[in-house]
Design a protein around this ligand. Structure first.
Ligand code: UT7
Length: 320
């Protein structure tokens, strides 16, 4: 038993914010942001929030898949920015779309969230426990950003992407996940923590902190490594891969991964210029755009690869 993606959907944040808009609030420029990252603009949510964007992306994915929400058995959502500690964002989506027969929970793996969520849902389908699952990557990352810190505030955007997956006998779906907890401090955002009646402190709340160069070095080394690992484990050569759909964190990271794999950049579609880094949402938003633009044909082999805080990474080889 294996897994096939049968539909996709996406929903970016409602408001477009350009590099010039940000140059009005911090000392930066369109030139610096574009040349260092490839980002021209990003979308920020002004009302929908994580679960609202996720629910819209989920409905579109169900429509695209030709499946009714009641037919879903499972919802797994990769997010670092749920609206509540509990309930999970997946439960909010379940209610919003009427997926009354689905169990749901969230996965916390930062920008690798969609890959980890897809691997998790796939494992349930492969085991025979469920047949239809909805996998979401959604982040309202703008609420964690310190808007006075130019090192991070120019990088991120909000959005959600979703995929409906189905259990089936034939096809190809193989992947791996990894993490290096020793490096957790290079990319963090503290949750509400450290306060109770004994400490007489109010819990602290954090903003995103990132050692950009450490994360950059990690990504350009680890992403090609895990892609090679998945391809080698399944005896698939790089010439058989139609597209590599990478987490959209920085155009220069994607260029560097392409060079290290000795693969043409045309195999690495990008939309970072429009959305910035949408964390767990970047891979499914890009996948949905490619699907709707007719770039994917049944039988194409594609690789998804995510990386981010944790540090975490993961790659999936699948047949469209
Ligand atoms: O999705 C999670 C994974 N995250 C990532 O993959 C991010 C990985 N890292 C990166 O993409 C890059 O490291 C950044 C885009 C974050 C930064 O690029 P960089 O080439 O590593 O720049 P830098 O941090 O070395 O900064 C270079 C200079 C510094 O000035 P000095 O010290 O040389 O005078 C910064 O203060 O650029 C300055 N700078 C800025 N200048 C204008 C930093 N941010 C800005 C800014 N505008 N927004």
């Amino acid at each position: 038993m294996t897994t096939k993606i049968i539909g996709t959907g996406s929903c970016p944040g409602e408001r477009v914010v350009t590099n010039d808009d940000l140059a009005k609030i911090v000392e930066t420029s369109d030139e610096w942001i574009s040349s260092r990252t490839g980002i021209k603009e990003r979308h920020l949510t002004t009302g929908l929030g994580t679960s609202g964007m996720a629910a819209r992306a989920a409905m579109l994915a169900c429509e695209n898949a030709g499946i009714r929400p009641e037919e879903l058995d499972l919802i797994v959502m990769g997010t670092s920015t749920p609206e509540y500690c509990f309930p999970s964002g997946a439960c909010q989506v379940q209610a919003a779309i009427g997926a009354v027969n689905a169990a749901g929970f969230d996965i916390s793996a930062a920008c690798s969230g969609f890959v980890f969520a897809l691997m998790t849902a796939h494992s349930f389908l492969k085991s025979g426990m469920y047949r239809n699952a909805l996998v979401i990557g959604a982040d309202d990352i703008s609420k964690l950003v310190d808007w006075s810190d130019r090192k991070t505030c120019v990088l991120f955007g909000d959005g959600a992407g979703a995929a409906v997956i189905k259990a089936q006998e034939d096809g190809c779906f193989e992947g791996m996940m990894g993490c290096d907890g020793k490096k957790w401090e290079v990319l963090t955002c503290q949750a509400r923590s450290g306060g109770n009646f004994i400490t007489e402190k109010k819990p602290d709340l954090g903003y995103i902190y990132m050692d950009g160069q450490e994360v950059f070095k990690f990504a350009v080394k680890k992403v090609p490594e895990c892609i090679r690992q998945v391809l080698d484990a399944n005896g698939v050569g790089m010439e058989a891969v139609r597209y590599y759909i990478l987490h959209q964190a920085n155009e220069r990271i994607i260029d560097s991964v392409a060079k290290r794999l000795k693969e043409p950049l045309e195999k690495f579609p990008m939309n970072i210029q429009k959305y910035g880094n949408t964390s767990g949402a970047s891979i499914p938003i890009l996948l949905d755009e490619m699907n709707r633009e007719g770039m994917l044909n049944r039988g194409d082999k594609i690789v998804l690869a995510g990386f981010g805080g944790g540090l975490t990474w993961g790659a999936i080889l699948l047949e469209w």
